[in-house]
Design a binder for this molecule. Structure first.
Ligand SMILES: Cc1cc2nc3c(=O)[nH]c(=O)nc-3n(C[C@H](O)[C@H](O)[C@H](O)COP(=O)(O)OP(=O)(O)OC[C@H]3O[C@@H](n4cnc5c(N)ncnc54)[C@H](O)[C@@H]3O)c2cc1C
Length: 388
């Protein structure tokens, strides 16, 4: 069994996905060690090793646009900061609208994004086809495009942050489960693991799709719900597609990687929760193929190399949960990232680290705090662009 080297840490982070690792990185850079990151799986066994690598700044919520813009800057610097090439390619995100209602929604998003100083564009159908000439124009009412959005390879990003955490003196123990949280006088004093208990004043819940499960182990009920999403990669083709394409109507999304594969998904309704594991299904292959070939007829003979699935960690208002849980001092939430935690991780985890250190953050508590779900009337509806 993998065992932590110490009995006491300043902070224990549960989950060695991109969120847990980046949080450890920021804490260690602030000189706030010792830090233990533990994960019951292997590196990238959660959503951080199962996603589409999309990085976008087009959102309905201004605060998310700002976090995403900061994250884009961080991913641009990643090679210099971490010594890993994450193949971050800013080919843009192209949203497709099929109806007047879609276009009204994209117009609202575009206004928010432009008012934040980003060069987002609204497109008519001809403008869409100019950017992606292989698309079948039937059913396209228009689109929205931001050229500085892009895609990256998630694996080297996880490896780069993992290596940096270890270089900075952090400890990452894989294959070790966090069983619960020990409290004394109403605050966190330790974490119980399969290898015994470690003493700590802070535990960070970066357990991704299992965040509600881990919160429950600390006696906290949260509204996060895991939803399973399937995704696939095709055989490689000569590069022909720069942007990530996302269709509003059915959530179809795909991009072409720098190796030439098409990587994409389409959300099917699956029973909520993690109990069913992470399989993939023939229904998904059929639905994706139908949607994809309708939109890009030239791909009709393309073979699928592999398909897989992973969990989003959804919240009722579509925004993440960041900060100390007011019900349990020392318990810091860093979850609820839906299908977009990778693209926001460098920026959101800086705020998670500040919360651990007891420092103020610039996040609006009404949008991001763990307490917002328990305010009278609950959270306001906030971020609806939960696609691609
Ligand atoms: C199909 C798919 C496509 C996606 N596409 C994109 C995209 O294009 N762009 C984007 O930004 N995001 C995307 N996402 C979402 C993104 O992958 C996640 O939001 C992000 O990776 C979450 O990172 P995390 O570190 O919070 O969680 P994870 O990477 O899931 O890590 C959580 C870890 O916690 C561990 N764990 C859980 N419970 C315990 C416990 N009790 N003890 C020890 N360890 C525990 C798990 O083993 C896991 O490794 C996608 C997700 C999926 C599934």
């Amino acid at each position: 069994m993998n065992v932590p080297s110490r009995r006491e840490y300043r902070t224990v982070i549960v989950g060695a996905g991109i969120v847990g690792l980046f949080t450890a990185y920021h804490l260690l850079r602030a000189g706030a060690g010792p830090v233990l990151v533990l994960d019951r799986g292997f590196l990238s066994s959660g959503a951080s090793g199962r996603n589409g690598g999309g990085v976008r700044q087009q959102w309905e919520t201004r605060a998310t646009v700002r976090l995403a813009r900061e994250a884009v800057a961080a991913y641009r610097r990643f090679g210099a900061d971490f010594g890993y090439n994450i193949w971050f390619r800013q080919g843009g995100y192209l949203f497709l609208g099929g109806t007047d209602a879609d276009m009204a929604r994209l117009r609202k998003v575009n206004e928010v994004v432009r008012s934040e100083g980003l060069d987002a564009r609204l497109l008519d159908p001809a403008g869409v086809i100019r950017i992606a000439p292989e698309l079948n124009p039937t059913g396209i009412a228009g689109g929205a495009f931001l050229p500085t959005d892009g895609t990256l390879y998630p694996f080297p990003a996880v490896w780069g942050v993992y290596e940096a955490v270890r270089r900075l003196g952090g400890e990452v123990v894989l294959g070790l489960e966090a069983r619960g949280v020990r409290t004394d006088a109403g605050r966190v004093v330790g974490v119980t693991t399969d290898a015994g208990e470690v003493t700590t004043g802070h535990v960070v819940n970066a357990a991704g799709g299992w965040s509600a499960e881990f919160a429950a182990r600390a006696g906290l009920s949260v509204p996060n719900v895991a939803s399973r999403h399937e995704i696939l990669a095709t055989e490689p083709l000569k590069p022909f597609l720069d942007p990530m394409i996302v269709r509003l109507g059915d959530g179809l999304y795909f991009s072409q990687t720098m190796r030439g594969e098409i990587v994409g998904g389409l959300s099917l309704p699956h029973p909520p929760g993690t109990e069913g594991g992470m399989p993939t299904s023939p229904e998904f292959l059929r639905a994706f193929a139908r949607a994809m070939v309708g939109l890009v007829p030239a791909l009709r003979h393309l073979g699928v190399l592999r398909a897989w699935s992973g969990f989003y960690d959804d919240t009722p208002d579509g925004l993440p949960v960041i900060g100390e849980d007011p019900r349990l001092p020392g318990f810091v939430q860093a979850n609820g990232f839906g299908g977009h935690g990778f693209m926001l991780a460098p920026a959101t985890t800086l705020r998670v680290a500040r919360s651990v250190l007891g420092e103020p953050t610039d996040l609006d508590p009404a949008l991001f705090s763990p307490g917002r779900f328990r305010t009278p009337g609950g959270p306001r509806p906030a971020e609806g662009l939960q696609l691609g």
